[in-house]
Design a protein around this ligand. Structure first.
Ligand code: GLN
Length: 539
């Protein structure tokens, strides 16, 4: 079969939405009946995103096969409705690691192994491999960073080589930014012209320029960019700020982007079907009721911008669940440390329809989170705990219902007398030997759901599969005691008996899960537990 490739590169500055652009172009091609996959290339030396601070780097997105990847992979999965694997993700560190390992294995047959061409060749091998695995008609390849950076040159070199080999089946999209300086009030194209030239000097000519900006790019600017950057006017695409990222595919289609791409690829036009996608966008705007959810955690003192990046999959899962319940959602970030310094402030949780505690690590703000969970349990506020949010719900229950005042997770208190959340011998060894990269319990595992529970009802299934990323786990020595007092174990791993889900019997909604359901939620196929949480919150 014929594989086609679209490289998406950034110019002018980072953080303007290259990932969403990549996902949206993939979406409009998919809506025309093509099989589309997407690859993210990150230029940093880290082998994966798992060792990076989410506040600096954004969410660590976990794939089914347990890769710890960049948050853009989540955008691809959500837009394309696909489960991607580690084949769809690479970093400089990962590429070098493979090349060095191959050299050690004598796989280069005595040759001198050099940065060029061996590094780009390994990049190309990985791109083609992902495309083959997905049987993709079109493979989107997003190159992280911006053109002109030292770090992504070898990836651009790989793209150039692929184009040289098969020019008809490789396209380039430059995602640029058009600033509107306040004192001028006018959209400026010059930075984009320079970015195009920088890309040209890497031997690459853009086929499309996607023009991000606060405003819609007007006709004179489109014509100017067309002439100065040497692209057809119809290949200069306006991408103004929008209220919802899910509007972007339709925005591109209004400018005939997929038609132009198909023409460039010499493919026959096929009908586009974005109907369901557009219906979802309508609910977002027309819903009358709003559900108010508080997200309690610790990374929250850093300002909204980074926050929404650190928990992007949780946010998108909540939104999708709200829309499927035909309501809008208002999300508030609540810093758990406030409850530690001012315990009375916990009463503010009363104003929420539901409280969610997402995944996290470490010691900071933990007592505040436990206080919030206690409030939800006692005052019957719907509560949904993800990963750390489940573990801390167990700690809270042990302390205040089982009467074990010193109960804790050993992540925070290594010598607690009641380690209700403990660490397995393998993980203890990893920690002792400082083996942190890629060593958590990662990826999809099966979970057997107990019939008759709220969880079983939500999933409408007896065995489920969910993605994980944790080192600590529930200590089964406490299983009988918590169940006796009403905290049901409603899901366990069939092989190991590891506790995956707990839920309170007499409560409108109090569910904690050891996994990360947010990674499997899709805008058009919201996660059943998120849907049930929002439904309970609405009641
Ligand atoms: N810190 C906890 C653990 O490592 C929870 C991890 C998480 O929430 N992703 O087990």
């Amino acid at each position: 079969m014929k594989h086609r490739y679209i490289f998406v590169v950034g110019g002018v500055m980072s953080g303007v939405g290259k990932g969403v652009t990549t996902a949206s172009i993939g979406k409009i091609l998919q809506s025309r009946g093509l099989n589309v996959t997407a690859i993210k290339i990150d230029p940093y030396v880290n082998v994966d995103a798992g060792t990076m601070n989410p506040v600096e780097h954004g969410e660590v997105f976990v794939t089914d096969d347990g890769d710890e990847t960049d948050q853009d992979m989540g955008n691809y999965e959500r837009f394309l409705g696909a489960d991607l694997t580690s084949a769809n993700y690479m970093t400089t560190g990962r590429v070098y690691q493979t090349v060095i390992q191959k050299e050690r294995n004598l796989e280069y047959n005595g040759k001198c192994v050099e940065v060029v061409p061996h590094i780009p060749l390994e990049v190309i091998r990985r791109i083609k491999n992902a495309s083959k695995i997905a049987k993709a008609d079109v493979t989107m390849v997003e190159v992280g960073g911006t053109v002109g950076e030292y770090q992504n040159i070898l990836f651009l070199e790989a793209a150039r080589m692929m184009h040289l080999e098969d020019p008809e089946n490789v396209l380039f999209v430059l995602v640029s930014y058009l600033p509107v300086p306040k004192h001028l009030g006018e959209m400026k194209t010059k930075p984009t012209q320079y970015a195009t030239r920088t890309l040209n000097s890497a031997g690459i000519h853009p086929d499309f320029i996607v023009c991000r900006g606060e405003q819609f790019m007007d006709k004179p600017r489109r014509e100017k960019l067309s002439v100065f950057c040497n692209v057809k006017p119809e290949a200069v695409i306006a991408a103004p700020d929008v209220s919802s990222i899910y509007d972007i595919p339709a925005l591109f289609e209004a400018q005939w982007l997929s038609t132009t791409i198909l023409k460039k690829f010499r493919m026959k036009p096929r009908a586009s079907d974005l109907r369901k996608w557009k219906e979802m966008a309508i609910v977002q705007k027309t819903a009358k009721r709003t559900v108010k959810i508080g997200v309690v955690g610790k990374y929250f003192a850093t300002g909204d911008y980074t926050l929404s990046d650190s928990y992007i999959s949780v946010i998108e899962a909540l939104k999708a669940a709200a829309w499927s319940n035909k309501v809008k959602i208002k999300l508030d970030w609540i810093n758990s440390e406030d409850f530690e310094t001012n315990p009375k402030s916990i009463a503010r949780l009363k104003s929420y329809d539901g409280i969610l505690v997402p995944g996290g690590f470490g010691t900071r703000g933990i007592e505040g989170i436990i206080a919030a969970i206690r409030y939800c349990r006692e005052k019957k506020v719907p509560y949904f705990g993800l990963c750390y949010g489940m573990q801390l719900a167990c700690v809270e229950f042990a302390r205040h219902v089982l009467g074990k005042a010193k109960a804790h997770t050993v992540e925070v208190d290594k010598t607690t007398v009641d380690p209700i959340i403990h660490v397995s011998p393998i993980q203890l060894k990893n920690i002792r030997e400082n083996r942190y990269g890629g060593t958590m319990r990662l990826g999809a595992f099966d979970c057997k759901v107990k019939p008759g529970t709220r969880t079983a009802k939500a999933y409408n299934a007896s065995v489920i599969s969910e993605r994980h990323r944790h080192r600590y786990e529930f200590n089964n020595d406490y299983a009988a005691a918590i169940e006796k007092k009403g905290l049901m174990i409603s899901g366990v791993n069939p092989g190991s008996g590891l506790v995956e889900i707990v839920e309170l019997k007499d409560h409108p909604f109090f569910v904690g899960v050891q996994f990360h359901p947010e990674f499997k939620s899709r805008p058009l196929d919201p996660h059943p537990l998120f849907k049930a949480f929002i439904a309970a919150a609405l009641k």
